[in-house]
Design a binder for this molecule. Structure first.
Ligand code: SAM
Length: 450
């Protein structure tokens, strides 16, 4: 692996850099695989399901695996029971927990969120009374983000597709903003040697300018005493410590030093955390936390509801599908959404201010006095208890996820949840002579099993 000489030269004086060890770890061919478990779709026997090596020390949900299994052919991956995530990134848990009381109701913005690693993690850390806005500016990546949020099965997330500057009007709205900034990507060289060819000094400079612009754009949306978490997967000081200095020079902030256990081997620079892959079991990462000290006028976010309430008949129909929880059932034309009652105002406000791709749980489509349930409902924790399940064996579960025809012997008729080890994978409609597979076409496994 030929690392860029100019990068190596630029890192000589950076705290914790050791040229020989850094080059050796890149040339070792070692690949680290880690997963983060869902705290709600709990795999009871996960030690049997995976070959666990060790827990990720800075996360309560993270585990290193002995080797990389085929996640594509694991139905529990598609059920949203876990997320495959690089271990250093899971340090976000410390940044969040050490800087704010996560048991309080919070409004959190994950500004650069696709494909959703940090968003799904944040969602597992905040309370049900907290709201997460998960944003991605690039449309195609925002769709992937939406799919991952749906798969994670949560009600308190709004997925948006906005430019950072669109958030400046939401003055003082958020308690926490996470900026996992687009960067020159040197921290991922070990996993992705393509990134080496794309690296240049010029790109580092361009990324640093863009990072400043993103932070400046989103700054007004953070309330006074709110928390800003900034991270990159770049080793370059221009994108890391220099951004910290720039922020301190230009904004009223207080940096929050996180406590780091010695055995984690994370290097502290400018009150921030640096992850060197020759020191930690993970990829390159820089993370830092600030508290905003300047006053911010708060936006008035009361807004009129323009989604419609369901009629009595529709409510009783849809009510059969959804657990009787603290949710409001609303419709936009024939599409029914479930919004947690405590977020009605917020969701509506966000719908008016931003380009919202998804919010709450999409329950389904009303068609001729019937409900066609949506995949998102199957993935959520909202499905009514009396909805029938059909448990699939592994081969059938894979065939279902490939959107193939399923053959199971059953007396059931109509809509049922296809489950694997009791975890819902999606919907099937059982007719007289066949079973219709309603797994979404765009999510299906395209490969054949080896
Ligand atoms: N947080 C994500 C996760 O944990 O899965 C990874 C985010 S990645 C490091 C940075 C993201 O920023 C990318 O999804 C990229 O599309 C997005 N991005 C690119 N240009 C941007 C811009 N000008 N403003 C905001 N985000 C941008």
């Amino acid at each position: 692996m030929e690392l860029p000489a100019l990068l190596i030269k630029s890192l000589q004086d950076v705290k914790g850099f050791n040229k020989e060890a850094f080059e050796a770890v890149h040339n070792s061919g070692e690949q680290i695989t880690s997963i983060r478990l869902s705290p709600v779709k709990k795999i009871n026997d996960f030690q049997k399901h995976f070959e666990i090596n060790a827990p990720v020390p800075w996360s309560s949900f993270g585990y290193y695996l002995m080797s990389r299994p085929s996640f594509t052919f694991d139905p529990l991956f598609h059920a949203g029971c876990y997320y495959v995530q690089e271990a250093s990134s899971m340090f976000l848990e410390q940044a969040l927990k050490q800087s704010i009381d996560v048991t309080q109701p919070l409004r959190v913005l994950d500004l650069c969120a696709a494909p959703g690693g940090k968003s799904t993690h944040i969602q597992s850390l905040i309370s049900d009374e907290s709201l997460l806005v998960s944003n991605e500016v690039i449309r195609s990546r925002a769709s992937i983000l939406k799919d991952n949020i749906i798969k994670w099965g949560c009600e308190n997330v709004v997925v948006t597709n906005n430019d950072p500057k669109d958030f400046s009007k939401l003055r003082g709205y958020f308690d926490v903003i996470v900026v996992d900034a687009p960067c020159s990507g040197s921290g991922l060289f070990r996993r992705d040697d393509e990134a080496i060819n794309e690296w240049s000094e010029n790109n580092v400079a361009l990324c640093a300018q863009r990072q400043q612009r993103i932070l400046a754009d989103v700054w007004p949306a953070l309330k006074k005493d709110g928390i800003l978490i900034y991270s990159t997967c770049s080793y370059s000081q221009e994108e890391d410590e220099d951004i910290v200095k720039w922020l301190k020079q230009n904004y009223e902030v207080e940096q929050i030093a996180l406590s780091i256990a010695d055995e984690w081997n994370i290097v502290e620079t400018e009150c921030s955390c640096r992850f060197w892959p020759n020191k930690v079991k993970g990829e390159g990462l820089f993370m830092t936390v600030f508290r905003k000290k300047s006053e911010e006028q708060t936006v008035n976010f009361k807004s009129k509801m323009n989604l419609l309430s369901l009629t009595k008949a529709e409510l009783s129909l849809v009510g059969e599908w959804v657990i009787d929880a603290e949710v409001s059932l609303l419709k936009n034309e024939n599409t029914v959404y479930a919004w947690p009652k405590q977020f009605l105002n917020d969701f509506q406000f966000l719908l008016q201010q931003l380009k919202v791709l998804y919010s709450g749980v999409k329950v389904g489509e009303l068609m001729k006095n019937k409900l066609v349930p949506d995949h998102a409902l199957a993935m959520s924790l909202m499905v009514a208890e009396n909805i029938r399940h059909i448990e699939l064996n592994e081969d059938n579960a894979i065939a279902y996820l490939q959107r193939k025809e399923i053959h199971v012997v059953t007396d059931e008729k109509g809509w049922v949840l296809a489950t694997y080890k009791d975890y819902p994978l999606g919907w099937m409609n059982i007719l007289q002579s066949r079973i219709n597979n309603y797994y979404p076409k765009e999510l299906r496994i395209l490969k054949e099993r080896p």
